[in-house]
Ligand binder design. Sequence first.
Ligand code: ZN
Length: 402
Amino acid sequence: MKLKGDQTTARAMNRRLILNLLRREGPRSRADIATVIGLSPAAVTFVVADLLEEGIVTEGKAVPGPAGRRPIPVEINYEHSLALGFKLMVDSVECVATDLATNPVAAMRVGLEGHDPHYVADLLAGTVPALVKLAGRPKAKLAGIGISMPGVINHEQTACVRSHRFRWDNVPLASLVAARVHVPVWLEDDTNAYAIAQQLFGLGRQHRNMAVLAVGVGISCALVIDGKLYRGANGAAGKFGHTLFEEGGRLCECGKRGCLMAYHSELSMLRRWRETTGREDLGLPELRTALASGDATALTLVGDSGRGIGTALANLVNITDPEVIVAGGEAVSLGDAFLTPLREALTARTFRTAPPLLPDWEDNSWARGAAALVTQKIFDFESSGGVTDIATLGVRGSTSAA
Ligand SMILES: [Zn+2]
């Protein structure tokens, strides 16, 4: 029946509006919610009753209001569920359990000894019970698992279409893990997942248009446009590191020559530093130390990379016009030696005033990004349910489907 369908859709949209208002603004009374969103008080009461019953929101203490009224604030119960996040790197997995505000409550790291998809799925599934136990919240439900990795991910967020670093083509990793743990699992490109976390509860919380710049093993971008992550036609948007830096130049992991990341990713900076100094033992900590002590070679090399990225980033800014740029990844730890030349090059090349570049210094933002794939669904009207008791989880994680 049409009427019923309309009501269901309207209720789902109201639910999304209310949850997102509470996420952005914190506790609000029902009357406030109705005023801010422009809904009738009855509609708000109706949806809030649903959310209270599900336990996703709770009522706070009544506060004295105008004319002797004491409105009761409604707030999100961020401890309602746990979200698990796995950030896949080439040789290890960063694992985190978070509440629904992506605050970590448990974290661990496990080694990755190979890239066979079934081995990886077994490893992740096997880690779930330990991570849940470490979180120590027996009353919380497990809302799901988010996995992030470098690569092109399909729109359904189930399969890795292509990952150069893992040498994967069409690997349905989310499905492989879901078959082992029986909770919803989502897969996403690691920079996209990171951007979602920044948008929900991080530096991009108040912005509808933002860019994320990630400089680590590779270089990539994620774009949030009008409040939505832009994934492109094939899930391949944001492969900023593969834009051209030098025609016919250094070989990149993608097989082409002269890509930006073949010169200026953190990995490439270290490679060039080792080439220049002839010392194979140099790593990121040594580079930080060299910068701190004013080493001219290190300063020049890192400054060149900052400028190279800043110039390329200005092109991106001129096309997409973001309000802010959040910068993350290992290279951020190089500090002003990297960020100042980057900002200068950005400012020199942008059509309008360059947007602020906000470095993210948090340690575990990337694993939180993976967990945010789960929490995002809580605030999205398109999906609901998908919550399973932890008790039903058992130790199914180690079954092999190879
Ligand atoms: Zn490339």
